[in-house]
Design a protein around this ligand. Structure first.
Ligand code: COA
Length: 532
């Protein structure tokens, strides 16, 4: 029997305390999300509506199939920066005429939809997702181009936005631009580089330089329509393939374009029958303790996200601090690696390496559930080769070609974050629970390390350690690292694709596994040299 049996007592005080802690974090998160939904703020949304225009989210809602979900990605981008949270663009996975697409919609209520450094990073992330997963890209354009005050951070790297569009096209991935308004300067290359372009009569304005710039440059006097109006592009320049009467009409045409792509998924189809887990997903709120120092069994998470709670554990008697095994999520087979006791030892690293190789042999996507404080340190472990064993695992993760998804449920510290396929290891998607924390190490440990190092330096100089100053410094560093380790901060830095409600984990994994299956799923046997 491979069905997991839960040992969680949902009536216990501990469980209730865990639920309370998670709910408090979800409530905080809700406040952040509400702020994101307001876009550039009431004043600008009102002005936008008075112009007879739809907001970015309304445009997306019209574009996707009726009553189908939209998985918004990176909604908290730019959190903690000087820019509006959300980074003046809405991106996510939506289904259009039955085709899973990547949708990128500028938010014109935030600084005219201009691209600041975070907008750029978010759009580049969306492009990567489209390319890796072979998803048609729909750009819903209304942008004044570069955010001029921060042009030094946007202009040079921003070239990739346009390069990506043509590389998607060269890979056979369709790119569709619906131009709702201004698409100035660099922005003009979004329709310019897209396979299919829809313009709107008297709304789309696509030019390299607007009337004032042209007058400055050449002295020519012109108006918006002559320079870049939708009708001009549809009838004269040929940049527009279709001329829509209004926004709704543009969306209608956009949907017809997708319908005519004859798009076929190249990955495996899900099992015909999808079985729900035996345990309630709502119980996921009570599994992770508020204090991450308290260990929890990741099988309790697995039991609530995999089909039928059915899990074939691999090497259960070996390397017990990492749980590995096979399951199915929404009909898609997956291999799961989940930290069980926090620390990764040599056995765990070797087990993970073998497991990743096996998943590659059977073309099975991998799911990483993070709760690790990193690889074990200390004499015994260094002498036992913890570095080379950790390196083996990182080698396997880096070179594995089956799709990876990472979910940070608890801690994700140190090289453990790397070995478990952290952001830099290109998982197809990476999400964090509100309970997650990620940094080079825990805040307390990090402050302690700095203190030890600076004490030693003071003593080496023959000085006397000022205990009060040391304690103050430790407290300050601890608070700083703690603030930088939490999911909203990390999400703001685009180190994940979103902070998710634990109860949505299974649904989101199903959506992303399905999107991933748009591209072929193929493993490899080509890894780097394993240092044995
Ligand atoms: N960089 C930074 N901020 C910009 C900006 C840009 N490129 N374009 C507009 N903004 C700001 C405006 O200063 C204004 O800020 P405020 O509300 O704090 O005063 C806000 O965005 C809205 O601009 P506004 O002109 O009122 O909005 P609009 O909807 O009427 O027009 C544009 C939007 C984009 C059409 C218009 O602002 C414009 O033409 N901008 C210049 C575009 C350009 O030349 N870009 C070159 C990029 S290489």
């Amino acid at each position: 029997m491979t069905v997991l049996k839960s040992r969680v007592d949902t009536a216990s005080d501990e469980f209730a305390a865990n639920v309370d802690a998670m709910n408090a974090r979800l409530a905080d998160l809700d406040v952040e999300f509400r702020a994101v939904l307001v876009g550039g703020g009431e004043k600008y949304v009102e002005r936008h509506r008075k112009r007879g225009k739809l907001t970015a989210r309304e445009r997306i809602e019209l574009m996707i199939d009726e009553d189908s979900p939209f998985l918004e990605l990176c909604p908290l981008a730019a959190h903690g920066s000087q820019f509006t949270v959300g980074a003046s663009v809405v991106v996510g996975l939506g289904v259009v005429e039955g085709v899973e697409c990547m949708i990128v919609a500028n938010d014109p209520t935030v600084k005219g939809g201009t691209s600041n450094p975070w907008t750029l990073r978010k759009i580049l992330r969306a492009n990567d997702i489209a390319l890796q997963n072979r998803l048609p890209l729909v750009s819903m354009v209304e942008s004044g181009g570069a955010d001029l005050p921060t042009q030094k951070e946007v202009f040079v790297p921003g070239g990739r936005m346009f390069r990506d569009l043509t590389r998607l096209s060269a890979s056979g991935i369709p790119t569709i631009a619906l131009v709702f308004g201004n698409s100035t300067a660099g922005g003009a290359y979004v329709p310019g580089m897209s396979d299919h372009v829809v313009m709107i009569d008297e709304r789309s304005k696509v030019f390299l330089g607007g009337p004032p710039l042209v007058k400055m440059a050449t002295g020519e006097v012109s108006d918006d329509e002559e320079l870049g109006g939708g009708a001009m592009h549809a009838r004269t320049s040929g940049l527009g393939d279709y001329l829509a009467a209004d926004e709704q009409d543009a969306v209608r045409i956009g949907r017809r374009i997708v319908a005519r792509l004859n798009w076929r998924k190249q990955g495996p189809a899900p099992a015909a029958e999808v079985v729900a887990p035996l345990y309630d997903e709502a119980e996921l709120l009570g599994i992770v303790p508020g204090d991450l120092k308290i260990p929890f069994d990741p099988r309790e998470v697995i039991a609530r996200i995999v089909d039928g709670s059915d899990f074939d554990e691999f090497k259960p008697e070996y390397g017990a601090s990492l749980c590995t095994g096979w399951a199915v999520i929404h009909g898609y087979p997956v291999g799961i690696l989940a930290n069980a006791q926090g620390v990764l030892f040599s056995q765990e690293a070797q087990k993970a390496t073998q497991f990743i190789q096996l998943a590659n042999r059977s073309d099975t996507p991998l799911l990483f559930l993070h709760n690790t404080t990193g690889y074990m340190v200390g004499k015994e472990y260094e002498q036992g080769g913890i570095i080379k064993h950790g390196a083996m695992m990182i080698n396997a993760v880096s070179n594995s070609t089956v799709p990876h998804i990472s979910v940070l449920v608890g801690a994700s510290y140190g090289a453990g974050h790397y070995g478990m396929c952290g952001r830099a290891y290109d998982p197809r998607f990476l999400f964090a629970w509100p309970s997650a924390k990620s940094a080079v190490m825990g805040a307390q440990q990090l402050a302690g390390v700095i203190s030890i190092v600076s004490r030693a330096a003071t003593e080496a100089r023959g000085g006397v350690v000022d205990e009060e100053a040391d304690a103050g410094m430790r407290a300050m560093i601890e608070a700083q690292i703690e603030a930088e380790s939490v999911p909203t901060f990390l999400s703001g830095m685009l180190y994940d694709d979103g902070v998710i409600d634990p109860r949505d984990t299974r649904t989101i994994l199903g959506q992303t596994l399905s999107a991933i299956a748009t591209a072929p799923v193929e493993g490899t046997s080509n890894f780097g040299v394993f240092r044995m």
